[in-house]
Design a protein around this ligand. Structure first.
Ligand code: BG6
Length: 461
């Protein structure tokens, strides 16, 4: 008895800007990601300042996708989460007509997946948007973005409606609070007022995409995508519990709007307390109310801790947390907490009562290639095994879990730091931080491990 459902979706997750390369090929416009050659933790460049970066070629998935998809199939994937680069389809974002070469490219990818019986699971916007939209419109700060995104979503739903039945709107939509340029195309120093206004536009656009997807694509399911930043109280002092509640509300807000269809009371209070005033148009709240997502997806890498005591120093990159003395950290300082995944799954299922999907989880680590060519990544196997065991526990707890797509099943460029050396893959890619390497692919020890896990539907854990 494996406890994973028979129709469980097993696979991996990648994002266009971290794998494809070909940043200026076949009519693609510059994206916001193309202006962050050093990753989202560094300031973005302007068009004039732009310097080449490792993502310009990334792992050349643009050309090498047949080989990579064949390797995914060899591992037994029945699902691949990937994203469409919006700027391949609408190079400037406000173009009247789509770029046919961009549409043709993703047709080839979906056809290749179909040949291997791998279900495509597509994110409309994974940490990128056409850069021109930030120059001409101030990104999502401008309401026009809702219409441009609607045109893009309609175009890809119509183009791929027979090939793609599983969709997500915005990757880690709550990330805008930490990285506004990446999330909503606003400058790094944007105020909370500006960021929440932009987020409102993005939430309306997300709701519109949900409705469009249901109208255009027969039998499709569309979900949201949260950075599952579950935060514990540092101790049982009620002040710490409230500090943790407030931290959790910061990201649950997005899930609440996308699932329950309205702004929650705690957020309205926060806006009042901070003097934030969101401009809305008639109909916005109705749109939110009428477009609840079909399922909730999330990434999970680490839990966090919150304390009301100002002496407790916050650490971390991207999402801050008070150190948790019970947990180990990854080389990049991310807390490793497999049981947190079970807690998060139960928490989200209890709150929303909708199916859940773990769309990202994995360990970023340096790998050593032995002289024999072997890569013995036991640390990665241990990390993923421990997390999947906890996912199984959550299923036993009664959580309806649709699938698991591990992050970066093939090494790719890191989002936060644009490093190749922060590797997540079962498949090694011979490319290095300085851009050297042959791009050759090879199987790590974890490749065989994941293959057995999938073949046994989790019994091998
Ligand atoms: C998630 C993103 O935040 O975490 C991915 O959706 C990202 O795009 C992943 O790559 C891991 O983060 P990093 O910084 O290690 O690449």
């Amino acid at each position: 008895m494996t406890h994973f459902p028979d129709n469980f979706l097993w696979g991996g997750a990648i994002a266009a800007n971290q794998v494809e390369g070909a940043f200026d090929r076949d009519g693609k416009g510059l994206s916001t990601s193309d202006m962050l050659p050093n990753g989202i933790l560094s300031p973005h460049q302007s068009r004039e300042e732009r310097t080449p970066g490792i993502k310009d070629l990334a792992i050349d998935f643009y050309n090498r996708y047949p080989e990579d998809i064949a390797l995914f199939k060899e591992m037994g994937f029945n699902c691949l989460r990937l994203s469409i680069a919006w700027s391949r389809i609408f190079p400037n974002g406000d173009d009247e007509a789509p770029n046919e070469a961009g549409l043709a490219y993703y047709h080839k990818i979906f056809d290749e997946l179909a040949c291997h019986d791998i279900t495509p699971f597509v994110t409309l916007s994974h940490y990128e948007m056409p850069y021109a939209l930030t120059e001409r419109y101030n990104g999502w700060g401008d309401r026009h973005l809702i219409g441009f995104f609607e045109r893009y979503a309609r175009t890809v739903f119509e183009a791929y409606k027979d090939k793609v039945k599983l969709w997500l709107t915005f990757n880690e939509i709550n990330m805008s609070l930490h990285a506004p340029f990446t999330g909503v195309g606003l400058p790094e120093g944007a105020s909370e007022q500006q960021i929440y206004q932009a987020i409102h536009h993005q939430l309306v656009a997300s709701a519109r995409a949900v409705r469009l997807c249901h109208d255009i694509v027969p039998n499709a399911r569309i979900g949201n995508m949260l950075l599952g930043a579950i935060t514990y109280p540092y101790n049982c002092n009620p002040d710490d519990v409230i500090a943790a509640m407030n931290e959790n509300n910061k990201w649950l807000f997005f899930g609440d709007v996308q699932t329950r269809g309205k702004y929650p009371g705690y957020m309205l209070r926060y806006f009042r307390d901070q003097g934030i005033d969101i401009a809305m148009e008639d109909g916005d709240l109705d749109e939110l109310a009428q477009a609840s997502v079909d399922f909730i997806s999330f990434s999970y890498y680490a839990s966090g801790c919150a304390s009301a005591d100002p002496k407790q120093k916050e650490v971390g990159n991207i999402v801050d947390s008070v150190p948790n003395p019970y947990l180990e950290k990854s080389e990049w300082g991310w807390l490793i907490d497999p049981k947190g995944l079970r807690i998060l799954l139960n928490f989200l299922y209890d709150r929303y009562q909708k199916p859940l999907f773990i769309v990202e989880n994995g360990l970023g680590a340096r790998d050593d290639v032995l002289h024999t060519g072997e890569i013995n990544d036991d640390y990665r196997i241990a990390y993923l095994n421990d997390h999947l065991v906890q996912a199984r526990e959550a299923i036993l707890d009664g959580v309806d879990l649709m699938g698991f797509t591990s992050w970066g099943p093939i090494d790719l460029v890191s989002n936060s730091t644009a490093q190749m050396s922060k590797r997540y893959g079962f498949i090694y890619v011979d490319r290095h931080d300085d851009g050297s390497g042959t791009l050759e692919r090879s199987r790590k020890k974890s490749f065989e491990w994941y293959k057995k896990v999938i073949a046994s539907n989790g019994a091998a854990l």
